[in-house]
Write a protein that binds this ligand. Structure first.
Ligand code: URA
Length: 191
């Protein structure tokens, strides 16, 4: 499957019950040669309406975080564990995550990112390890199948709890350091 076919197939997805209540499938955003892939948990209300990830308040904060380290929607890819909004913004259920994860796997295969950044516990537990502890293990590097994995607090958690921001600032600096050491073109991330 190429990118276009994957997008078309995903837009029609009926693999779980979230398809019944969604307005839009939120496929993801960013260039197809992105070296960094950010993964959140699932679309919220704004994302569902607009069909784009992280466009509500948490998304605005994410954009600010990214800009600190020379990243934006133009030079990294942003997606979610589930592509349809869970009603009332509840956590996506394990069955919904499992039904959806192949879309992200196929996106990852085509994108071939060097780094995957999990935003929050849900993404880290799905992509890094089941018992991932976000308070203890954010900012730690993991390696799987030739890809570097890293987790940070979810931007919504940072909006709620200012006390988590200094840790995240340090994590962003770590992320930039490794990104600059693995990139094919450091000029993509100039500040
Ligand atoms: N929170 C997420 O995890 N993903 C989004 O796309 C928006 C908010």
């Amino acid at each position: 499957m190429d990118w276009e076919q994957l997008t078309q197939a995903c837009m029609q997805c009926q693999k779980c019950e979230l398809a019944q209540t969604r307005t839009n499938v939120v496929f993801g955003v960013g260039p197809k040669d992105a070296e960094v892939l950010f993964v959140g948990e699932g679309p919220g209300g704004q994302e569902d309406l607009l069909g784009e990830p992280f466009v509500g308040p948490a998304g605005q904060f994410l954009d600010e975080m990214l800009s600190i380290i020379g990243l934006s929607r133009k030079n990294c890819y942003i997606g979610n564990i589930v592509k349809c909004r869970p009603p009332q913004n509840r956590d996506p259920a394990p069955g919904e995550q499992e039904a959806c994860i192949d879309w992200l796997r196929m996106q990852t295969k085509l994108l071939r990112p060097k780094i995957i950044v999990c935003l929050g516990r849900i993404a880290a537990q799905k992509l890094i390890k089941e018992d991932f502890k976000i308070t203890k293990e954010h900012g730690t590097w993991f390696e799987k199948g030739g890809i570097r994995f890293f987790a940070m607090y979810h931007p919504s958690a940072l909006l709620r709890d200012i006390g988590k921001r200094p840790d995240t600032f340090r994590d962003l600096k770590k992320l930039r350091e490794v990104l600059l050491s693995v990139t094919d073109d450091p000029t993509r991330y100039e500040l």
